[in-house]
Design a protein around this ligand. Sequence first.
Ligand code: GDP
Length: 297
Amino acid sequence: MLTVLSGGTGTPKLLRGFKDSEDMAVVVNTAEDIWVSNNKVTPDIDSVLYTLADVIDAEKWWGIRGDTFATHEALKAMGHFEELMIGDKDRATHVLRTELLSYGSTLAEATLELCDIFQVKARVLPMSEEDVTSVIETDKGDMHFQDFWITFHGEPEVKGVKLLGPLVPAPEVMDVLNVSENIVIGPSNPVTSIGPILSLEGVRDVLKVKFVVAVSPFIGDRPVSGPAAKLMKAKGFEPSTKGVAECYKDIVDVFIMDERDATDLSGYDFEVAKFDTLMTDRAKSRALAEFVLSKCV
Ligand code: GDP
């Protein structure tokens, strides 16, 4: 069995290249979850679900392809501000999830129900049942990741990143990690996407004894997209492929970086493999996914 650790953009691009399989679990960051208009929104889980169901809007890497925004616009016309643009079909997912939670479902149960509805075979799992939140400490004050990235366009100076909440993994997460032969760390943000998963009690220890293949979200000193560089710097890591290697050096067995990346990672105790990691279309996602699988044991 294979377990993939994921955020909401880079790793979903890689997941697009895997065949959706019953023998795969995806453990997803929930530290960017947020309540919008009384619905629990889990942005990274949704991007993973929509990708595996092949309904993701692959221009933006959030929301459902071809979705409309009538409710969002109607709320705006009524003077109600929504922090995130929520599409109409996308909102149906959030309404159903919130309803299931109100009946007493755990977030994992609600997510597995959504997997069934979207006919996704892989087990998509929230990293935790607890409210864990990445808070970005900035010159404009402490803010939720979504405020930093969406409302403030990632512009404030970042002084630090802290993770609030009980760092307890969902029970299903430890189950799938324990039975997996291979763990893949996708090319997601090491601070706000993969970092929270690795911070959960016991997760790093299991990964130390498992075969772990990681893909860098950086090419040299530049992330492919998003605020990873700023956030890594604030956490004391070099904002580069080398910095990503530092984040994972105690757990990784094979580190995959882009073929154009000249970073010297000799001296580390893991195999370094190079491939085209820029997943600009489905074929490139597929090729990288196959390469990742070829590195698994
Ligand atoms: P978030 O939840 O939206 O922040 O998404 P992730 O953390 O999953 O993804 C953001 C990270 O994905 C960024 O650090 C990007 O550099 C990385 N990324 C996005 N597209 C690609 C790609 O095609 N290749 C690689 N290697 N990394 C990518």
